[in-house]
Design a protein around this ligand. Structure first.
Ligand SMILES: [Zn+2]
Length: 208
């Protein structure tokens, strides 16, 4: 399963056989990276294939062959260009999901949705949801909730930030909602949790 399987479907077989869609030809001429995930092109005189964004010399149009993906280009005996490395373009799912989790970790203070994630990771929400769940064992939303909770707990235990502040820091701006959310999972309010943890820490000092 690759990142842009869905969008690559728009290249039909007719496009492969009957010529190059003009938007693709423009993408090749202008080295447009926006098309990198939509197709690859091979040059039959050199036997090399490239991403649309490749800065190599623009080939003659009649020598260009369009491919939906790197695999098809290689199957047609084209070799990947050393400059734009088109065979390395598509990440394995694990790497893709790792990038997504990093992205989430860095933005947990923002209101994140599946469609935000899908946009940022260049995949459809459906594909993202499925791939993420398969690799991580939980959905993106469950992962976000987990990270939010971990951070909230850490702030409550180790900082003096107000409850409102802690909520904001984990992307939940509505304080009553943050309290309800926290209580649902932890079975106590953020304030009670902080108090209880601090008392536990004090007790452990007294015992030493
Ligand atoms: Zn190239």
């Amino acid at each position: 399963m690759f990142i842009h399987q869905v969008s690559s479907v728009i290249i039909n077989r007719r496009g492969d056989e009957m010529g190059i869609p003009s938007s693709y030809w423009l993408a090749i001429i202008h080295n447009d990276p926006a098309y990198d995930d939509l197709f690859f092109y091979g040059v039959c005189t050199t036997g090399i294939f490239c991403r649309p964004s490749c800065k190599s010399r623009v080939p003659k149009k009649e020598n260009v062959r369009i491919f939906k993906n790197a695999h098809l280009a290689q199957a047609a005996k084209y070799r990947p260009c050393k400059r734009c490395k088109p065979d390395g373009l598509r990440l394995p799912d694990e790497e893709w999901v790792a990038q997504i989790t990093e992205w989430i970790d860095a933005r947990v203070h923002e209101p994140l949705t599946l469609s935000h994630l899908a946009n940022a990771s260049h995949g459809s929400p459906y594909h993202l949801q499925r791939t993420f769940k398969r690799v991580m064992g939980i959905t993106p939303n469950e992962y976000i909730q987990t990270i939010r909770l971990e951070k909230a707990v850490a702030y409550l235990e180790h900082s003096d930030r107000s409850i409102t502040d802690v909520g904001r820091a984990v992307g939940i701006r509505n304080t009553p909602y943050f309290t309800t959310w926290f209580k649902q999972i932890m079975k106590q309010t953020p304030g009670d949790y902080r108090k209880q943890r601090r008392e536990a820490v004090e007790r452990s000092y007294l015992l030493e």
